[in-house]
Design a binder for this molecule. Sequence first.
Ligand SMILES: Cc1ncc(COP(=O)(O)O)c(C=O)c1O
Length: 406
Amino acid sequence: MTDAASQSVFGGLSPHEPDGLLALIGACRADARPHKLDLGVGVYRDQHGRTPVFGAVKAAERHLLEMQDTKSYLGPQGDVGFLDALKPIIFGSRGTAGVFGAQTPGGTGALRLAADLLASGRPGARVFIGDPTWPNHPQIFQAAGLRLERYGCFDATTQTADFDATMAALETARPGDAVLLQACCHNPTGADPSLDQWATLARLIERRGLIPLIDLAYQGLGRGLEPDTAGMRRVLEAAPEALVAYSCDKNFGLYRERTGALFVLARDPLHLANAASNILALAGASWAMPPDHGAAVVRVILQDAALSAQWEAELETMRQRLAGMRKALASQATNLAALDGHHGMFVSLPLTPGQVARLRETHAIYCAPSGRINLAGLTPETLSNFTHAYEAVRQASSVGTNVHDR
Ligand SMILES: Cc1ncc(COP(=O)(O)O)c(C=O)c1O
């Protein structure tokens, strides 16, 4: 090795695989087959395949263009009006006593800030995350130096939530361990716990002294704005300390504006003040302050009754389209009836990586290697093509295939 090579900082880094989903988007774009279907990317699309800007967002942007009179700095907490406007939607009748919020760059920024806070409060702490879960979860927590533990949450054979596996794993958690829970529209399975199961989780969290970290990235896209928080509120009532990472990027369609918030809840006012000052210091050291535009748009919408009503109606249209596609898929494909009780954008199909490749190569259907599909990529017109292709790849390789080689 030359001197220059041995002194290189970058030469010592191990290369990372490029994001598989982004590569898939590129491959789909380059595919010339006219009937191709992109079920990979995790954004909402309407029946014309578009990811439109909400009418309420456009109206709020026009308002900001006219009325915003400064671009001066806001500080690490971001837009306090935005945070105050979100709180009733998230916490509802639970109220906002003992809650502190900070605006973040998307839900991802909120999760990273939460991870940094947990790592500062308890160096070497463990965080229990679902298996499966959103693929960014493990890397966010690992990057913050937390130790990962997994809890099973899905039975791919029956296509149902595996609550027994969740409980068995969490019974091994120690006081002070964190547990990440997706509040609704589970990514990638769509299988959320029932209200009774949330209540059981709440009791376990309280009994074992765990700190819940709730990831609320799809509020309004499951059962509706209020019902999507009902389960997580049970947990928040039971736990003396908790964190909620919120994203506005799906339910306001703001994706690239990177709009989110981290809320910390603590019964003890001194502990809350401690957490708040640490959150501000960590945010200051990471991004100084979050990007303004998306949060300003959300604030304008939520502070105006007519715009709020328009936003809720637009969100409800999205929710109903997703629920309709889910119902249709559940009724048309063999062995997928259980999907009907699930919620949100995603379905984890019982497909092996080989079957996923065959869907892509033979049928021009693109989905994540795990078998996750985004229902928003389907329309009533394309659904039967999809179910035929799905049945065909399943039948072609039914001999010698089992769900565990996924
Ligand atoms: C489960 C889950 N949490 C958090 C996020 C983060 O969302 P964003 O950073 O785009 O606001 C996503 C995005 O896909 C997600 O699926």
